[in-house]
Design a protein around this ligand. Structure first.
Ligand code: COA
Length: 207
């Protein structure tokens, strides 16, 4: 089993949209994700891919049995987590992040977050902000771990009326950057993954 963090491909979007729908009351559309990947000039979307997964072989399809031919190969990789980062001049913004509901608690969301923070550092962002539901303690714990602090509350930010915490981490503070880099190194040692995202150029924008 291998894990690879890389820029999101259009082919990832159906799986992303499925996880999104299971993770958020107001999920993004397929079209929004396609825009982020194919058109946006500020978006750096990432996918964490789990490869060589032991997925049980399905029963041969009826059509294949009748024609005595082999069923198509079983996919050997799946989307474990994904995230979105917008970078505009000195500001970076985590636009979304989620882990496959069956794969939570294994460090995969942390890989996506740490990768996006390193990407923001590589792009010379001075700070990173995000909004999180006041009830979402799991995500808040993850952000606190990486040095985010709550700087504001936006009343009724979400469509269902829930408030949002605005959280922020400073990248001009060497101590904050050191915390992020140390946590990233510890994560790499604990959950080995290949990072083809945080230090590579955007495949379309080249930055
Ligand atoms: C938030 C989310 C991305 C975390 O991803 P994950 O892969 O489950 O989390 P990880 O295993 O990488 O855990 C990283 C950290 O998150 C926090 N965390 C994860 N699961 C937690 C739990 N059940 N309870 C409390 N904190 C938890 C911890 O700080 C953890 O660090 P630790 O292992 O050192 O304790 C995931 O829960 C998710 O997809 N939630 C739905 C979508 C969402 O809410 N996104 C955030 C929008 S702002």
């Amino acid at each position: 089993m291998t894990l690879t963090l890389r820029y999101m491909h259009p082919g990832d979007v159906p799986a992303v949209v499925e996880i999104d729908a299971q993770s958020f009351p107001d999920p993004w559309s397929m079209r929004s994700y396609m825009f982020e990947i194919n058109e946006s000039r500020i978006s750096h979307m990432c996918s964490l891919i789990l490869s060589d997964v032991a997925i049980p072989a399905p029963e041969p399809r009826l059509i294949d049995r009748l024609l005595r031919r082999k069923s198509p190969p079983v996919p050997s990789e799946m989307l474990a987590a994904y995230g979105g980062l917008w970078c505009i001049a000195e500001e970076a913004h985590i636009s979304t992040i989620a882990t496959h509901p069956h794969l939570r608690g294994r460090g995969y969301g942390e890989i996506a977050l740490a990768g996006m923070l390193l990407r923001a550092i590589a792009l010379h962002a001075e700070y990173v902000v995000l909004e999180v539901r006041v009830s979402n303690r799991v995500a808040q714990n993850l952000y606190h771990k990486y040095g985010f602090v709550t700087v504001d509350v936006t009343r009724k930010y979400y469509r269902d009326g829930e408030d949002a915490f605005l959280m922020r981490v400073e990248l001009t503070n060497p101590a904050s950057v050191e915390v992020i880099q140390t946590l990233y190194a510890q994560l790499q040692a604990r959950v080995p993954f290949t990072d083809d995202y945080s230090r590579v150029s955007h495949p379309r924008l080249g930055v």
